[in-house]
Design a protein around this ligand. Structure first.
Ligand code: PGA
Length: 256
């Protein structure tokens, strides 16, 4: 059975004091014995400080992005080794806001280079995939997922399934309050899993696929009850300890 994973994506929110307070409350609320993995992904500048608060707890930290070169003249960028150095264990890669919203307009080739660089540094990529509203309306959802999985994983090999996480995040559901139905999520996750199996072999059965897009404590249980939904990548609801911990509790309950 895949161990559920709940990760909070803080995006460009909070300040250092409030971030430390929030992660302290999350660490206190996540019992070390609970049957799920939990991570928070603060902005780069707060990573080291937030990692320090999590020390000795069951909560780990991840970053929201990475650059694919290992060092050099890349002003403003941060390498995977630097992230490892300050205690990050996960790296969100190819988030839809970086693919579509922020001026960078990341493409699948760059995303693949970031996945590979993250793996080389011994960190775990959380590769984000998902269709836009117009792609869904024109019935291209599964084709988009196929393309993004295959392009994102070119040249990637795994020894263990824990070395990769996928996040299915329909772009139309992110930050909108509009959540995918459990059936829509399951269809997308099952398709993604079959692509993982085709690309990586049987290890694909064990790789965790998170759902992201307006997941909240009151809709988490039905989504997490789907056979191929192994956790959540949480934006808005990760900024308050009670709502984030509510989703963690739903993930724990899903393992019962
Ligand atoms: P949301 O964001 O939960 O606010 O919709 C999810 C994400 O962007 O990862």
């Amino acid at each position: 059975m895949r161990r559920p994973f709940v990760a909070g994506n803080w995006k460009m929110n909070l300040d250092l004091a409030r971030g430390r307070e929030l992660v302290g409350a999350i660490c206190a609320g996540v019992k070390s014995a609970s049957r799920v993995d939990v991570a928070v992904c603060p902005p780069y500048v707060y990573l080291a400080s937030i990692a320090e608060v999590t020390r000795g707890s069951a909560v780990v930290v991840g970053s929201q992005d990475v650059y694919y070169e290992s060092q050099g003249a890349f002003t403003g960028e941060v390498s995977a080794a630097m992230l490892a150095d300050v205690g990050a264990q996960y790296v969100i890669i190819g988030h839809s806001e970086r693919r579509h919203t922020i001026g960078h307009l990341e493409d699948d080739r760059m995303i693949n280079l970031k996945v590979r660089a993250t793996r080389r540094a011994g960190l775990v990529p959380i590769l984000c995939i998902g269709e836009t509203l117009s792609e869904r309306k024109s019935s291209q959802t599964l084709d988009v997922l196929t393309y993004q999985v295959r392009a994102g994983l070119v040249g990637v090999t795994l020894d263990r399934p824990e070395q990769l996480v996928i996040a299915y995040e329909p772009v139309w559901a992110i930050g909108t309050g509009e959540v995918a139905t459990p059936e829509q999520a399951q269809e997308a996750h099952a398709h993604t899993r079959s692509e993982l199996r085709a690309v990586l072999g049987s290890v694909g059965d064990e790789i965790r696929i998170l759902y992201g897009g307006s997941m909240k404590p009151d809709n988490a249980a039905v989504l997490l009850a789907q056979p191929d939904v192994d956790g959540g990548l949480i934006g808005g609801a990760s900024l308050k300890a009670d709502s984030f911990l509510g989703i963690v509790s739903a993930a724990v309950a899903a393992t019962a």
